[in-house]
Design a protein around this ligand. Sequence first.
Ligand SMILES: Nc1ncnc2c1ncn2[C@@H]1O[C@H](COP(=O)(O)OP(=O)(O)OP(=O)(O)O)[C@@H](O)[C@H]1O
Ligand SMILES: [Mg+2]
Length: 367
Amino acid sequence: MFDKLFKKKPRHEQTDIERRFNLIARVGQGSMSKVWKATDLKTGRTVAVKVLEKEKTERFEARFRGLNKPHEGEISTSLHHPNIAEATEFGWTTEDEMFLVMDFVEGVSLSLLVDLQNEEMKRFRLRYMIQIGDALSYLHAQNWIHRDICPRNVMISDEKCVKLIDFGLVVPNLPEFRKPGNRTGTAAYMAPELIKRQFTDHRLDIFSYAVTCYEMYTKRFPWDAALTLDAVLQHMNQPPEEITQFVPGIDSQIAQAIMKGLLANPDERWQSAAEMVAVFREAESRLVKLAREAAAKNRALEPPKPAAPQLPPASQPQPAEAESATADKTDSQQREDRKPTKRPAGKVRKRRRPDDDIDLTAMFSED
Ligand SMILES: Nc1ncnc2c1ncn2[C@@H]1O[C@H](COP(=O)(O)OP(=O)(O)OP(=O)(O)O)[C@@H](O)[C@H]1O
Ligand SMILES: [Mg+2]
């Protein structure tokens, strides 16, 4: 698949997107595009339509002239992962701008949750970090480098599921694309090797991923004033601020994993996103186990419930009595009654995660 994307491209047809889609509302103004929530009049589906700004996209693609770099539409539609927004189609508008059709993600940007630092963020951030890491490991396994990992490019669906978006700056993980010089991305998330115009590889995404995780805990960057390239250049030779300074109660395994992702020398950093995410997973199962044990201990300390009154022997309950008999049923009888007889065809039972049924807020609110 990866090799196929480098083949010569045929001439393309143009689509009148205002006829093809009912453009319901503008949902995003990225730096390179406009995004609409829309109804696809061909399929009836609710979709996101992303129209790329022609000039900016051409300027970016010109950096790779002669290398046959696949464009955003080809890259996005080749990716299939539960934590990546699914792109189903791409084409060209009548203005000859590229457009992309994606599953519409109902939810919020991770950058909003970073700003809010609300209960949802505190409760689910470890899960989100694992899912971002999974999406990144998958992307790297397909031989791509994202080059713009940051909260702005992560959406959190209403089902509390990460959807990585924006493959506009993606390059193939091949030597001709890793040469120094292509300094695109978002300043505060850029790895030192990128800023210093050295050779880069997929480990620059690991750095940006670590900055993102750091922000999810602290709402700040690991260095002061990291908003412009100049500012980043100035502080790049200093070590990052320890995350424990801002979140003293953070789990030490998680803290160390994030700090290792921020190391300036890519050889000392995590070598793969999969390695980093494996540590987060280990921490998650340990914390879930601890929370379960604490919950069980609390239950054991609760005073015993009064015994259920005995049902009257054999006599048939009268209609008025029937109701109270239901109320008097023992726990196991009630559980038996609640068992679904048969799930209606086509209804899939939602898979529960181990931490869905237990309040982990206290466990994960280390600050
Ligand atoms: N599949 C989607 N479902 C819902 N909203 C989306 C989807 N894709 C993008 N958006 C919205 O559009 C915004 C811009 O999208 P995207 O990041 O892909 O564009 P961009 O121009 O490349 O952005 P950037 O400013 O990062 O360069 C997102 O922040 C998000 O709010
Ligand atoms: Mg973006």
